[in-house]
Design a binder for this molecule. Structure first.
Ligand code: PLP
Length: 356
């Protein structure tokens, strides 16, 4: 399929100060759109000037939340090239989400081509300083104008882009995390393993409660036993316990298979660290902490890459990890992965895709 490109005749002003970019507030000049209609399949891929989409108030996504998304970044490397980080993984995961939400699958290679074409069109929007990037948001939503509950027959696949600043403008600052005991995010058999928009809608309440207590994000426990650790907000979670790097396994299908998570495991294995993907009980963590064996904790995700956890609150217990400072494993992973993304470390893994 050919992507038809219509360039804007009135380009927007680009942000003057790259150090002041906050997450996802301004968007580039163009967007990608493609439609699905039953009988026709996905068709009419196009890049058009960024703008509002006409929407029927009965559009199914607005009522029943049949919508999925992805998130990845384009980076301007030290030597002036544009590259993406494992975009094939994002498109593969989009189809995993699609399948669970009864959304027709997309051609993954074509999805990557759509991302590359859009980034190429808007490449002047990629911020230039180290640590900054162009955040890319592919998403699909149901557009049928009717209120019956059934899988949509008409959908829209869109991609928008937003220049984002360095996540840690003031260095890698550890976050404070609240272990949630009342609300749950996902259960086996649900949609926890997908990037369904609805997963976020149901997480907002707990996020609000944690913020009121001075914590930045929520650490979710499993929805059934309320004792196994799942993930943090929009990040997977890792712990260094007695020298071993552990992260919850994906077997329960209630947590997202993060691409940063996967990349961290691959870096750790390549460098000879002891790693394990397994069940981690919150009690195990507390015991390790009490024995002084909880060496590090960190979240992983596209936005922050590595987010060191300086404090964990579980009930009345407040655990300060590694004196609230970033630990050596977190630091190594951050330096290695961001180094590959911004092209200052050779990519021996073959993860980066150069698009110019
Ligand atoms: C997107 C996301 C992550 C992180 O995934 P990456 O591919 O590493 O960006 C983790 N957990 C949830 C719930 C997410 O939505």
């Amino acid at each position: 399929m050919e992507i038809k490109i219509t360039r804007t005749t009135s380009p927007k002003e680009k942000p003057a100060d790259e150090t002041k970019l906050s997450f996802g507030k301004i968007f580039t000049d163009h967007m990608f759109l493609m439609n699905y209609d039953e009988g026709e399949g996905w068709h009419d891929p196009r890049i058009v000037p960024y703008g509002s989409l006409p929407m029927d108030p009965a559009s199914m996504c607005l009522h029943y939340g049949q919508a999925v998304f992805e998130g990845l970044k384009a980076y301007l490397t030290a030597d002036g090239h544009v590259q993406l980080f494992r975009p094939d993984q994002n498109m593969a995961r989009l189809n995993v989400s699609n399948d669970r939400l009864c959304i027709p699958k997309i051609d993954e290679k074509f999805g990557v081509k759509a991302i590359e074409t859009l980034v190429e069109v808007d490449k002047e929007w990629i911020p230039k300083s180290y640590g900054t990037s162009l955040y890319i948001r592919p998403f699909i939503f149901a557009a049928d104008p009717m209120l019956g509950v059934h899988p949509a027959k008409h959908l829209i696949f869109a991609i928008i882009c937003s220049p984002v600043g360095a996540y840690y403008a003031a260095g890698l600052a550890p976050v404070k995390i609240y272990v949630e005991q009342n609300y749950v995010r996902a259960v086996t058999g649900g949609t926890g393993f997908t990037k369904a928009a609805a997963n976020y809608a149901i997480s907002l309440k707990a996020q609000e409660v944690s913020e009121k207590q001075g914590y930045e994000q929520v650490l979710w426990l499993d929805g059934i036993h309320r004792k196994y650790i799942e993930e943090v907000g929009s990040m997977n979670v890792f712990f260094v316990i007695d020298g071993e790097v552990v992260t919850p396994s994906l077997e329960r299908r209630s947590i997202l298979s993060g691409i940063t998570r996967k990349s961290c495991l691959e870096v750790l294995k390549a460098k000879g660290y002891k790693t394990s993907e397994r069940d981690i009980k919150i009690d195990e963590l507390v015991k390790a902490y009490d024995k002084g064996k909880l060496n590090e904790a960190f979240g992983t995700g596209t936005a922050a890459v590595i987010s060191p956890i300086g404090e964990l609150k579980y009930g009345d217990k407040v655990m300060t990890i590694n004196n609230g400072e970033i630990g050596p494993v977190s630091r190594m992973l951050y330096d290695t992965i961001t180094g590959i993304q911004w092209g200052v470390i050779k990519d021996d893994f073959g993860w980066t895709v150069r698009i110019d």
